[in-house]
Every structure is written in structure tokens, then in C-alpha cells.
Design a binder for this molecule. Structure first.
Ligand SMILES: [Zn+2]
Length: 226
């Protein structure tokens, strides 16, 4: 047998052996049933949908608050506009995280409830935020870390901290509308992570993403409203 023929035969035998051992290895390890990062991608898409719904609801509430020229409504209008802006920033960040994982979110039409701009509207908003903070964010962060997606985990951690601030601001607004605490002069939203604070308690740098306060987007309350 010629040397070249022997060489080709030897290569073919090696390839066959490699192919067989790869087949055994796949059988031993088990082929993956779900694509990489599937849990994190599912989480991000679900929260994205909830955040879009929250933004739409806050826009409805802000619209309802425009109807009356009184101090509680002026305060609620600016809070809801700030919260809607913050929610849109959260959605943008979730979409970026999805893109990094090779996926994307397709926005769907949403049907928010009628805005009421009353105490019941504030309590409904608090319940919506509490659901995300108490039931969803912690598990999403753990899932993202399990999936080895630190970028997604950081985005959810920013959102979780931001949603806790939303709850505090809504509770403060509910008290202020009843005259039980001083009303803030407005709200500031970090354009990078969506962190929201009242203008009296804003940090020099965003505590989540370190954006300087000079870059915050501000929603100032019309103090002439009575
Ligand atoms: Zn920030």
C-alpha cells in the first residue's frame, strides 16, 4: 500500500473515532433542552411587558391629574410623569440586555385602565410596584447570575432599586395629598438607570449607576396650583 493511501486511511479512522467519542460524550452529558440564557431571556421579556404596562398606566394617571388645577393633582401629575419616564428607561435597559443575549422584545399594544388620579389610583400603583419588588426582581437577579449574565443581573438590580424608590415616592405622595406630610417641589429621574427621587433628597451622583445629578431629568410641580 502506498504511503499516501495509508495516510488517508489513518485520517479517516481517526475522524471516525472522534465522531464516535463525541456521540458518546453528548449522550453522557445530555443535549441541552433549552437554548443558552433561556430563563433570563424569558424573565426579561415578561418584566419588559409589565414595565410597558406600568408606563402606560402612569401616563393615563398623569393625564387624569391634568383635569383639576389643585395642589394634590399638580403633585400627582408630576410624580406620574416622572414614574412613566423612569419605566421607559427600565424598558430601554431591558431591551439592551435582551439584545446582548441575542434576543429582542417586540412591543405589544397595551390597554391600561382608566386613570383616576385619586388615592385609589395611588394605592393601585403601589400594589403594581410591590408585585415586581416582592415577587419578581430577586428571582430574576438569581436566574441571570445562574445563567452567567452579569449584565442582565445588573440591569435587574438597578430596576429593583428603582422600583423600591417608586413605592416610597407613591406613599409619600399619598400622605402629602392628605396633608399628612410636606409635598416635594418635584422629582428627578436618572437618565441611565431610571432611579427616581424627590428634588429635596436627590443624591449628587446616582447611587445605582453613578450618573451626576446635573444629568437628571426633572419634573417640577406647579406650586401656583391651589
Ligand atoms: Zn442611575
Amino acid at each position: 500500500m502506498k504511503f499516501s493511501t495509508m495516510l488517508i486511511a489513518s485520517v479517516l479512522v481517526s475522524l471516525a473515532a472522534l465522531s464516535a467519542s463525541y456521540g458518546y460524550a453528548r449522550r453522557d452529558l445530555g443535549a441541552p433542552e433549552r437554548p443558552l440564557w433561556a430563563t433570563t431571556i424569558d424573565d426579561l421579556k415578561q418584566i419588559c411587558a409589565l414595565k410597558l404596562a406600568a408606563a402606560a398606566q402612569y401616563e393615563r394617571e398623569a393625564e387624569a391629574a391634568k383635569s383639576a388645577q389643585n395642589a394634590p393633582n399638580a403633585l400627582q401629575r408630576q410624580l406620574y410623569e416622572a414614574l412613566a419616564h423612569s419605566e421607559h428607561i427600565h424598558v430601554r435597559n431591558y431591551m439592551r440586555a435582551l439584545n446582548k443575549l441575542g434576543s429582542r422584545y417586540v412591543c405589544r399594544a397595551l390597554a391600561p385602565e382608566m386613570g383616576v388620579a385619586t388615592q385609589s389610583g395611588l394605592q393601585r400603583s403601589i400594589a403594581m410596584e410591590r408585585y415586581l419588588v416582592d415577587e419578581r426582581h430577586e428571582q430574576s437577579i438569581l436566574n441571570a447570575l445562574d445563567d452567567n449574565s452579569k449584565y442582565a443581573a445588573r440591569i435587574v438590580a438597578w430596576t429593583s432599586g428603582g422600583d423600591v424608590k417608586h413605592i416610597l415616592l407613591l406613599e409619600q405622595c399619598a400622605l402629602a395629598c392628605e396633608g399628612r406630610c410636606e409635598a416635594p417641589s418635584g422629582y428627578a429621574v436618572c437618565p441611565v438607570c431610571g432611579n427616581t427621587s424627590d428634588c429635596e433628597h436627590e443624591d449628587c451622583y446616582c447611587p445605582f449607576c453613578m450618573t451626576p445629578s446635573g444629568d437628571y431629568v426633572r419634573f417640577l410641580v406647579d406650586m401656583s396650583a391651589k
